[in-house]
Write a protein that binds this ligand. Structure first.
Ligand SMILES: [Mn+2]
Length: 371
């Protein structure tokens, strides 16, 4: 029996979907869940959230009765575990079933906590896929629209960047998300129309393949402007970079400008044509570290001679070998931060990988996960 038939019990009347608000994978996962809910004739509600905001995203879950609760593209880390599990336990008592589909690293304790929920909880964690691919396989295996959406999500989540629509969608999400954050508006409401179009029509609902552009003219113009601005800011950030040679690896530290994601910066810095400063051509770094104003620190790699997750661990973070994040804490002097990072990375060799070790790096390219 497949999961899609197992979760299709007629006693469920509604589907409560919770997904990551930050990127294409999160939104596409939500769109696939939405398609599933529609197919099963379930009333559908959606909450989009990010790490640190689980409490408010799960708030309504405690009151649900006979609902299918589907969580996608979110890991359950130590900080929010007790709250979330407490809420889910109550929901399960009220006849709800939990289906959690993800691809991040989970603490063992969190896995056990979710699996301890009754009422045939489904938990699928697979690091080899993005969350949308897992949602497609588990919920809508025969749906070609979901299959195409999952391919698009993979293209951005693993930083393959072969599908133009995927890159446009990534930027569109950033534009809408940053605008909502700026105006302190509700992120779910801001992204809802986009998810709805994806759920109803697939990628063709938002992307005009023949013209190679987003269908919404206003959004297309905002994205074009955003890209131009972003490149300007990234070029400026590169000018202020710090390079270190540590244990034979070239480590490049840049300050992350506002409105630019670590993935944007990592991609920008992986392309040699962007690495001209003054008249000098810089080499692509083995490890790129971004330091953001809020004290967030991000790791991307130029090749598989380093492990981003191990480097992030030295800064209270984690992630994938090819992309990771952590917390540095607030700072005022970027040069002092660079020196500090230098000392920390010098004192450890845990973040070094053999140059041929691509075994657990997925595609081996610098894929993303803005944790
Ligand atoms: Mn993801």
């Amino acid at each position: 029996m497949t999961d899609s038939t197992r979760t299709a019990s007629p006693r469920f009347t509604q589907c409560f979907s919770i997904s990551h608000d930050k990127d294409v994978d999160g939104l596409v996962s939500a769109a696939i869940v939405w398609r599933y809910a529609k197919k099963k004739g379930l009333k559908h509600s959606l909450e989009l959230t990010d790490y640190g905001s689980f409490e408010s995203a799960f708030k309504r879950v405690a009151e649900l009765k006979n609902a299918l609760i589907i969580v996608t593209d979110l890991g359950l880390d130590d900080t929010s575990r007790d709250t979330v599990v407490g809420i889910l336990r109550r929901a399960v008592t009220n006849g709800c079933r939990v289906v959690w589909l993800d691809h991040h690293q989970w603490p063992e304790v969190s896995i056990r906590a979710i699996l301890s929920l009754r009422n045939r909880t489904v938990l699928k964690i697979n690091h080899g896929y993005c969350a949308s691919e897992i949602a497609h396989k588990v919920l809508m295996p025969n749906d070609s629209v979901s299959a195409e959406l999952a391919r698009i999500a993979r293209d951005t989540d693993f930083n393959v960047r072969e599908i133009e629509a995927a890159t446009a969608l990534t930027d569109a999400i950033n534009v809408l998300r940053f605008a909502a954050l700026d105006r302190k508006e509700n992120i779910t409401l801001a992204l809802y129309p986009l998810v709805q179009l994806l759920a109803e029509e697939g990628i063709s609902g938002v992307w005009d393949e023949a013209r190679g552009r987003l269908k919404d003219d206003v959004l297309a113009r905002r994205v074009a402007h955003y890209r131009k601005e972003k490149r300007k800011r990234m070029r400026k950030a590169l000018e202020g970079h710090c390079d270190f040679e540590i244990h034979g690896r070239l480590v490049r530290i840049v300050e992350l400008p506002t409105g630019v994601t670590t993935t944007d910066m990592g991609t920008f810095l992986s392309q040699p044509e962007n690495l001209v400063v003054g008249n000098k051509q810089l080499p692509v770094a083995d490890l790129v570290i971004t330091v953001g104003q809020g004290g967030k620190i991000g790791f991307r790699r130029g090749n598989d001679s380093v492990r981003c997750d191990a480097a992030a661990k030295l800064f209270n973070g984690g992630g994938h070998p090819f992309a990771a994040g952590g917390d540095y804490g607030t700072y005022s002097d970027f040069t002092a931060v660079c020196d500090d990072i230098f000392v920390t990375l010098s004192n450890s060799t845990s973040w070094l990988a053999k140059a041929t070790d691509a075994s657990d790096g997925g595609s081996g390219s610098s894929a993303q996960s803005d944790r």
